[in-house]
Design a protein around this ligand. Structure first.
Ligand code: PLP
Length: 358
């Protein structure tokens, strides 16, 4: 990575390590046994990333008509699961071409029933314990037990729609044991319920949300523990992680434009900004980084971008070697929810270039 990052013609740039990503997903795949692995495209839908993942995953989870069209074009043969709240009539029509549709409400089910045959999972919003979650996905997502029962009644008289199972993505940022406990709680509710609905060979999609620790890049989610535990759930089980798959194999590389000390605080001003890498702002963390060109006695500084807002901070009060204009910094863990969630057009600076280790 460093060699490529140091020899770029222009900064800022995104660098993706495709062989590293393939190794990572291979080890996830191995730990999962018979559990199906779908990748949540919204974490990073870059076509090269999708192609690097493709041989190692069972399918892709898409959450909009745009993602569906993009993934279909990039990987025409991969099974798709289509989810997401507020699907438009056009999206529901497109969703009919997916292998599974995650239905979010009784209204959506009625609209879908009018369109044609589909295999569906009902998205459940169950009152389960999600201690230490970074983000609890309650609110508008999925259905409570009353709405699920209403869906069951609607499905009873319908010849187009085939109920295959239950989908639940209840929280994110959980460690393997907590995720496993959650999956067991979901199964404990969903399997008897699906049996009552007469579903043979029930499917459970227990979602994504595996923890990624930006403060400790080397502590990875324990896929072994999770995979071994999921194997004891007596049904077809599918997961759809995003962040924990791609976060580790992307870097945002840029150069120092200015260094200054104002009222006792030292700021390192970098080309680009959080309009390219919004992750540290949305997550409220210091983005991990390495200084590729400088060494020496470290002292505290705040790494900022070129935006005219005090929120444009990559990392606050972190230790850096002596830096000068031209030095190069690579922000790590920029492979998920990074470029694609950022507000690119704010201030109209040039966009980064994209590079791939192959
Ligand atoms: C965002 C999302 C995912 C992926 O979550 P990660 O935290 O990236 O693993 C999976 N399923 C659903 C329904 C989602 O909304």
């Amino acid at each position: 990575m460093n060699e490529l990052a140091l020899n770029l013609d222009t900064y800022p740039a995104y660098v993706y390590d495709l062989p590293g990503l393939a190794d990572h997903v291979t080890s996830i795949r191995a730990a999962l046994g018979s559990t199906e692995l779908f990748y949540a495209a919204k974490a990073n839908p870059d076509a090269e990333i999708l192609r690097a993942l493709a041989p190692h995953i069972d399918g892709i989870e898409v959450s909009s008509g745009g993602e569906l069209a993009h993934v279909r074009e990039t990987l025409p043969d991969k099974p798709l699961a289509f989810g997401g709240p507020g699907k438009t009539p056009e999206e529901l029509r497109l969703a009919l071409t997916a292998d599974r549709i995650h239905v979010e409400s009784p209204n959506e089910l009625k609209n879908l029933a009018a369109l044609g045959p589909a295999n569906i999972l009902l998205r459940a919003n169950l009152p389960l314990d999600t201690p230490n979650a970074a983000l609890a996905m309650s609110g508008p997502f999925g259905m409570d037990e009353d709405a699920l029962n209403e869906c069951a009644r609607l499905l009873a008289g319908n010849r187009h729609l085939t109920l295959r199972g239950v989908h639940a993505h209840l929280a994110s940022g959980l460690d393997a044991r907590t995720m496993l406990d959650l999956a067991r709680q979901i199964a404990g509710w969903a399997l008897p319920w699906l049996k009552t609905q007469g579903v043979d060979d029930p499917e459970l999609n227990v979602g994504g949300g595996m923890a990624v620790d930006y403060a400790s890049p080397s502590s990875l989610f324990d896929w072994q523990v999770y995979g071994a535990g999921l194997a004891s759930i007596p049904s077809r089980v599918r997961i759809e992680p995003g962040r924990a798959v791609t976060a580790y194999h992307g870097w945002y590389v840029t150069d120092v434009l200015d260094v200054k000390t104002t009222r006792g605080e030292t700021y390192v001003i970098l080309r680009g900004g959080t309009h390219h890498l919004r992750t540290p702002v949305t997550k409220g963390h210091d983005q991990p980084f390495t200084c590729l060109t400088a060494t020496g006695q470290e002292s505290p500084a705040t790494l900022v971008g070129q935006l005219c807002t005090p929120k444009d901070v990559f990392a606050r009060d972190v230790l850096v070697p002596p830096l000068a204009p031209g030095d190069i910094i690579a922000f790590a863990m920029a492979g998920a929810y990074a470029w694609n969630i950022s507000h690119h057009d704010f201030l109209m600076h040039p966009k980064p270039t994209f590079h791939y280790l192959r």
